[in-house]
Design a protein around this ligand. Structure first.
Ligand code: NAP
Length: 249
């Protein structure tokens, strides 16, 4: 499936690697200019920028911790100045600090909520007026199936991702009359650095639990996000699309 994102600017958080990078390059392959926001090293950020530019679009890397309210505002303002506006926002940046609650510290809880949930809020908050005035736009938030089902050892992460669903539906209702759609994707077990860190035993358990008996790829998630960003998805808002091989059905 190909889309026409020519002349559009997409902000993708956590886009230097993993799902975020694949989302950024998929949108770029369909013509979108890309603002990469990430906490990664300058070297990794510039390497991602160079790879996106090779697809024939404009790309910039901005060092930005999305959990930092002031910094994320400063960066959103800079992106609007550098690109002339924002048409698509993909809130993908996320972290895990998995532990059973008995071992989960306050810091583990707070850091995951701050990046995954507050980071999503920060980016929406700072682009909100811009989208309202434009009377058009696409926001896609990356949740997780565990935000829908819960998961032992992931109370902090599941709470953050359930929160992302709540933010998605609330902002979808707020912006629906302004031509801005707000949706979420809920990936299941996707093969990236994040899941590579799991033990072989946990990976095997995940795979056995998936009706399709295999993990997904970043491209599977990027395909759903690109659709939600397209004109073809204009009448879809407040939706959560699972990309999980049937794991959470
Ligand atoms: P990943 O490989 O760990 O990549 C995450 C990216 O986000 C990294 O580039 C990371 O930067 C960046 N990041 C982390 N904290 C940030 C912050 N505060 N501000 C800006 N950028 C930040 O993860 P992934 O597997 O691609 O996951 C992407 C998203 O999908 C996450 O929201 C994750 O929760 C969600 N998800 C993933 C899976 C899965 O199975 N992989 C399943 C469900 C949902 P550094 O490189 O510097 O750390």
């Amino acid at each position: 499936m190909s889309y026409d994102f020519k002349g559009k600017t997409a902000v993708v958080t956590g886009a230097s690697r993993g799902i975020g990078f694949t989302v950024a390059s998929t949108l770029a392959k369909n013509g979108a200019d890309i603002a990469i926001l990430d906490v990664c090293s300058e070297e990794l950020g510039l390497a991602a920028k160079a790879q996106i530019e090779e697809l024939g679009v404009k790309a910039e890397f901005y060092s930005c911790d999305v959990s930092d309210f002031e910094k994320s505002k400063e960066i959103v303002d800079r992106v609007i100045e550098d690109f002339g506006g924002i048409d698509i926002l993909v809130n993908n940046a996320g972290i895990v600090r998995d532990k059973l609650v008995i071992k989960l510290s306050e810091a583990d809880f707070d850091s995951v909520i701050n990046v995954n949930l507050k980071g999503t809020f920060n980016m929406i908050k700072h682009t909100y007026t811009h989208f309202m005035k434009k009377r058009a736009g696409r926001i896609v938030n990356v949740s997780s199936v565990v935000g829908l089902t819960g998961n032992a050892g992931q109370a902090n992460y599941s709470a953050s991702k359930a929160g992302v669903v709540g933010v998605t539906k609330s902002v979808a209702k707020e912006l629906a009359g302004r031509g801005v759609t707000v949706n979420a994707v809920a990936p299941g077990y996707i093969m990236t650095d994040m899941t590579n860190a799991l033990s072989d035993k946990v990976k095997e358990q995940f795979t056995q639990a998936i009706p399709m008996r295999k993990g997904g790829t970043p491209q599977d998630v990027a395909n759903a996000i690109a659709f939600l960003c397209s004109d073809e998805a204009a009448y879809i808002t407040g939706e959560v699309i699972r990309v999980d091989g049937g794991l959470a059905m």
